[in-house]
Design a protein around this ligand. Sequence first.
Ligand code: SF4
Length: 269
Amino acid sequence: MNIEAVGNALAQQLETDRLLGLRCVPLPAPMSLHALSGVPTSPPQPAPSGVPAAGSRPPPVRNADPEKETHLKVLNDTQVRGCTKCGLHQTRTQTVFGQGSANARLVFVGEAPGADEDRQGLAFVGKAGQLLTKMIDAMNLTREEVYICNVLKCRPPDNREPLAEEILACGPYLHEQLATIQPELIIALGAPAAKTLLQTTTSIGKLRGRFHEYFVSGILGQGPSIPVLPTYHPAYLLRNPGEKGKAWEDLQKAMARLGLSPRVRPSRR
Ligand code: SF4
């Protein structure tokens, strides 16, 4: 076994944990020592197709399909920007459609814009957005390589939770976004996003950390589906930093699913 490679991989893990603000060093099952090091224990198993060796980086986005970007732009310009389908249009500064790559393999879905997002017209740009950026960086991705959006496109007053009728009115925009992008994985950030995508009332504490299915048809069990991994919302993690370890475990599962390997830094000689 290459001890130096293992040492480097552990150093990267510690750096990632530091970025997420973790004060302890969890080493959950999905990120075992040999997975961290990229050095296989015996006997070596053939890699599942599409899963790269540690240190290499699979393409963060699929082959560019310009029609996807055009479709999302038309949806935003012709339907969302001037939408008055629910009462939130009366209190918003502007709609927040979402941003990132229309060809992303990974989509993050939150619940609704906050004050900063409402002001800037961009999803996840406040303090919670800064933590989400760290989470994405810890996954060895950039915000430009993923897609980030919310269930609601307008800010609820005082950041209250979305109402059922607001989700019903706004949901079709999210479903259209997901049906267009067709990511390989959706990470649902927080209870409202997870419950909306999975059409369930189960708590986020019970949903998180496991893969579920989002049915593109909108009908449970019917037609093609996209895996959904619920985890805690960054705003919740800011209020409850002790839960960051669980969120990091969830992100590691997402990385394994997407074949993303930890960042490998050059060894110091
Ligand atoms: S929250 Fe959604 S449905 Fe309601 S006004 Fe805004 S864009 Fe329209």
